[in-house]
Ligand binder design. Sequence first.
Ligand SMILES: C[S@@+](CC[C@H](N)C(=O)[O-])C[C@H]1O[C@@H](n2cnc3c(N)ncnc32)[C@H](O)[C@@H]1O
Length: 233
Amino acid sequence: MEEKVEDDDESNLDDLTTLSHHLFGNSSNCDDAHSFSISIIENIRKDGEYGMFVWPCSIVLAEYVWQHRSRFLGSTVVELGAGTSLPGLVAAKLGSNVTLTDDLSRPQVLANMGKVSRLNNLKCEVVGLTWGLWDHPLFNLHPNIILGADVLYDTCAFDDLFATVTFLLQNSPGSVFITSYHNRSGHHFIEFLMVKWGLKCAKLLDGFSFMPSSKTPALSGNIQLAEIILGES
Ligand SMILES: C[S@@+](CC[C@H](N)C(=O)[O-])C[C@H]1O[C@@H](n2cnc3c(N)ncnc32)[C@H](O)[C@@H]1O
């Protein structure tokens, strides 16, 4: 469901800014003690930032987080390339301590991440983190769980992304990177990257295998979800 939203920053006022609502729970009844809804501010301008739109991979990863909710209570979570941040916000709602990150050079996306966190009464930290850059904030992050929805889409950025992921996994022993991505060329490219960076796949799922039927009409393509950990050294 989408509705128009007023933006408090006049420079961003745009009639393509909308509010979408995403329900998590076993029924459509929000009174169910375990159900909740997350609201997201999106901007659907065609020439806009990728991080201002809820991509299908993010709907798949957010649902996976919800279905694995016991893992998220009390966890420390970092979402990479979070954009509109649906998976990270679900983790925060489930009791994780969440840091939402996106490219340092995209202030509009970072500002929106703070807005959606406040809109949902959550206290997520927002940090500018560009993949492959060794900036100060990266060294302070010790997540149990790293999330990334649709962050494997530009082959030029794959090595930078995997360099950052590998650093975070090494900096936090026992941690896991959970990512959802469009599988456009078989699983080969991700296998190649894992071997190159000394990582291994602990779990690989077809995104549609666990999505409730009410959410599949919003999805298209071949979306996979992988849990990636450090390989044996
Ligand atoms: C396709 S969007 C996915 C956004 C969100 N995760 C989702 O699925 O709705 C890719 C995201 O990665 C971010 N991104 C792209 N290149 C990046 C980089 N080099 N460092 C950090 N973030 C980057 C973009 O700003 C954008 O938010």
